[in-house]
Design a protein around this ligand. Structure first.
Ligand code: AMP
Ligand code: FE
Ligand code: FE
Ligand code: ZN
Length: 285
């Protein structure tokens, strides 16, 4: 039988990817994937257009989301797999995060204006289109207005963590993110832990009900991936992996650079069932 492979971490224009859900689907089919998880930041709006675009051509779209949470100064991303993305428990939080991102965009533009940079919120909105507004869209506006020569310069001079136009975004706590994912029948996975350098938090997340670690990621090399597989085994967690493809935003298209076996999806499905049973058990008590 043909070996099936999957990518569990793909972004679209519904957040800060440069490929539309339709383009992501075409790329995944071209590369021979059996399933991909559309895991946009704080939104599930890329899912339905992707599912429609497949049109029965044998590519499974796994409903997912990448929630931003904060723990002290660290940015913690929690992936939610197999979520009931139409559940109002999820959509109401997504809508709240979207509004908060819009307000933050307005404040970043104001700060830039105070620095003498004449960009307008209208331009940022046009660039973002349907997407929830993020720093990448503001960076694109700076580039378009020729205030900077590169995307990296936009972050280094204005939008980066310690730069003058940086505005922190409203974020959930890791517990809120994990609870939200579980409340809509999803499986919660700590995204790219190798980029966060806070392994000491993992036992704490475990107590909050974390289900897995993202061991494979383009920025996590061989040793780092093995380290997280070992940790996952030690703690009885699942391990996953994906390309974190943002289209051409990070240079080349990363889809295809990480291929996970189909069994990884089956493990997520088993975990989802176990969680469901656990909840039913709790109700019976
Ligand atoms: P936001 O969620 O609006 O804070 O934007 C976060 C996104 O900005 C990340 O997913 C990256 O794609 C991008 N980003 C953050 N920091 C940098 C940086 N220093 N250089 C380039 N891109 C960055
Ligand atoms: Fe991103
Ligand atoms: Fe992330
Ligand atoms: Zn991501």
């Amino acid at each position: 039988m043909k070996k099936r492979f999957i990518d569990l971490h793909v972004h679209t224009t519904a957040s800060d990817g440069t490929l539309t859900p339709q383009e992501v689907v075409e790329k995944a089919l071209e590369l021979g994937f059996s399933a991909i998880a559309i895991a946009d930041h704080d939104t599930a709006k890329g899912l339905e257009p992707a599912i429609e675009a497949v049109g029965g051509r044998g590519l499974e779209i796994i409903p997912a989301v990448e929630l931003s949470a904060s723990e002290g100064e660290s940015d913690i991303h929690i992936l939610g797999y197999l979520i009931d993305y139409r559940d109002p428990k999820f959509t109401s939080v997504a809508e709240r995060l979207r509004r908060a991102r819009y307000e933050r965009g307005v404040r970043m533009v104001e700060k830039l204006n105070e620095l003498g940079i004449g960009i307008k919120m209208e331009t940022v909105k046009e660039i973002a289109g349907e997407a929830a507004i993020g720093r990448p869209h503001v960076a694109d506006a700076l580039l378009q207005g020729e205030y900077v020569k590169s995307y990296d310069e936009a972050f280094a001079r204005y939008l980066g963590y310690h730069a003058p136009a940086y505005v922190p975004k409203y974020r959930l706590s890791p517990k809120e993110a994990i609870d939200l994912i579980h409340s809509v029948n999803g499986v919660a996975v700590f995204a790219h832990p190798g980029l966060v350098h806070r392994d000491e938090l993992i036992p704490k997340f475990l107590e909050m009900g974390l289900d897995g670690l993202e061991a494979f990621h383009p920025q996590q090399g061989y040793y780092v991936s093995n380290h997280y597989i070992d940790l996952a085994k030690k703690y009885g967690l699942l391990y996953t992996g994906g390309s974190d493809c943002h289209g051409t935003r990070k240079g080349k298209i990363l889809m295809g650079s990480v291929k996970m076996p189909y069994s990884c999806l089956e493990a997520l499905r088993r975990r989802r069932k176990e969680l469901e049973k656990g909840r039913e058990g709790n109700l019976a008590v």
